[in-house]
Design a protein around this ligand. Sequence first.
Ligand SMILES: [Zn+2]
Length: 331
Amino acid sequence: MNDSDTEPVRVVCGFDLGGTKLGGIVVDAAGLDPLHEDRLPSPTGLDGVLDAITDLRDSLLKGAVEALGRPVELAAVGLGAPGLVDRSGTLRFGANLPGVVDAPLADLLRERLGVPVAVDNDATCAAWAEHERGAAVGANHSMTITLGTGIGAGITVKGEILRGAHGFAGEPGHMVVDPHGPRCPCGRRGCWERFGSGSGLGRLAREAAESGNASRLLELAGGEIGEVKGELVTRAAAEGDEEALAVIREFAWWVALGIANLVNVLDSELVVIGGGLADAGDLLLDPVRSAYRDLVLGADHRDEVPIVVAKLGSRAGAWGAALLALARLEV
Ligand SMILES: [Zn+2]
């Protein structure tokens, strides 16, 4: 065994704080394939978040040592958090994290873990991962839209993440697309994510069931309209059920409306769709592409904007957090 076998390998941990889980990933200082991944159930409260990240760090580093067969040294940490994260790494507001407001996450984690820490919005981290290692590699002007329970987004301009004046850029989920629409947890009505997310799909499906236009969906839901959820729509549509396909087309129009609005503003060259709904693939994306062409300004007179499925799946947020830490912290 020579010295280079016993010298610690510098590694970076990335964390993705979601509504149901805290995901973690550890990479080497080149940010290449993850050495180890792990997850914990989502913690509650600020202290719970800090404790869970500390525990997950320990398990990630142990996994990295096993993967490499060499000691490791933690060089930096990245965290993606759901909500408005300012440039100092403070989570100002997260609608889905009760009890965590104005939390200086970067400072607290730096103190706790003893290494440099970068914190950004979770969807921004996922977009950065797709830009660096996934579906948006090579695209300088792209956006990654995460369609889950809500809608998250990250935008790249000239190959860099668009952060805006305060760090809050990329929250199109709360663009109001119908001022008389359903109420959003953010306090307003008719936000895009009330229509274009998994919960939006479920609502459209229940409306179809109430009007008697979703017999297969109702059957899959055991006859209970309240049990008609977004997952059932994609399942029935994959079977070829016409009523479910009609719900998918209506849903796709709402998704495309937001994308067309964003492309009108940003003139992106590529749109990447991630999140749970991306698993539906072309079943969803074909009607989105078609509606997008109807909605974007001057479709016949501009370059086509491919709308593609994300490549990195549920690991994108944590991996992107690690990659952002590498990019920002001069590790
Ligand atoms: Zn909203």
